[in-house]
Design a protein around this ligand. Structure first.
Ligand SMILES: C[S@@+](CC[C@H](N)C(=O)[O-])C[C@H]1O[C@@H](n2cnc3c(N)ncnc32)[C@H](O)[C@@H]1O
Length: 187
């Protein structure tokens, strides 16, 4: 009955993102969210996808090629904290997804970091259209994860209520640091 946070966020994106939208996948990884977003924005929309690992960009490029979704996707081998170099301030982005942590089945020492994640969220919020969403899947069971969880939580809970609504979706009786979700909606 109850969806896990990852399924829940995918449902939200499917309901929210429509053809022609411009969106950002801030942590491309294996490209699962990038493929979903590229299918939702269609051939007239655009997905900017960021990752610092070449392996992630290459794997995702293959998936997008195979699914015919590469034309509407710009994969960028750079940190999401530099998104202002690629996405203009008047872009009116409709959704930005973050999947924090490390690339599954890969080098666990390459993780998203609090400082750069927060820079990216701030730059992303400045480019988000009214009604746009930032989704943040917080994985924190790995080394360094607790620090990022704490700083991201501190940032989002202090966003001004006049400008943003912030939702937390979390199972509260599970062991082993289960991931949870923040969704920020710009009013
Ligand atoms: C949990 S994985 C993403 C999973 C992905 N959404 C998927 O569908 O497979 C986190 C990714 O963030 C990337 N990453 C780490 N630091 C980053 C940064 N500063 N900017 C962009 N991506 C970064 C890692 O290389 C890793 O691939």
């Amino acid at each position: 009955m109850l969806k896990r946070p990852l399924s829940f966020v995918q449902e939200i994106l499917k309901q929210h993102v429509v053809e022609n939208d411009i969106v950002i996948d801030a942590t491309v990884g294996n490209g699962n969210d990038t493929v979903l977003l590229a299918s939702l924005v269609g051939s007239t929309g655009k997905v900017y996808g960021f990752d610092v690992q070449e392996e992630a960009i290459e794997t995702s490029k293959k998936k997008l090629l195979l699914t015919g979704l590469l034309p509407q996707t710009e994969l960028i081998l750079d940190g999401h904290e530099n998104l202002d170099q690629y996405v203009s301030e008047d872009s009116r982005i409709s959704a930005i997804t973050f999947n924090l942590g490390y690339l599954p089945k890969s080098d666990k020492s390459i993780i998203t970091m609090a400082e750069t994640t927060l820079q990216a969220i701030e730059k992303g919020l400045a480019r988000l259209r009214k009604g746009g969403l930032v989704t943040i899947m917080v994985y924190y069971g790995h080394d360094g994860g607790l620090e990022e969880k704490s700083q991201v939580t501190d940032f989002v809970v202090n966003l001004p209520q006049e400008n943003y609504q912030v939702l937390k979706y979390e199972f509260v009786n599970q062991k082993n640091n289960p991931p949870f979700l923040f969704v920020i909606e710009k009013k």
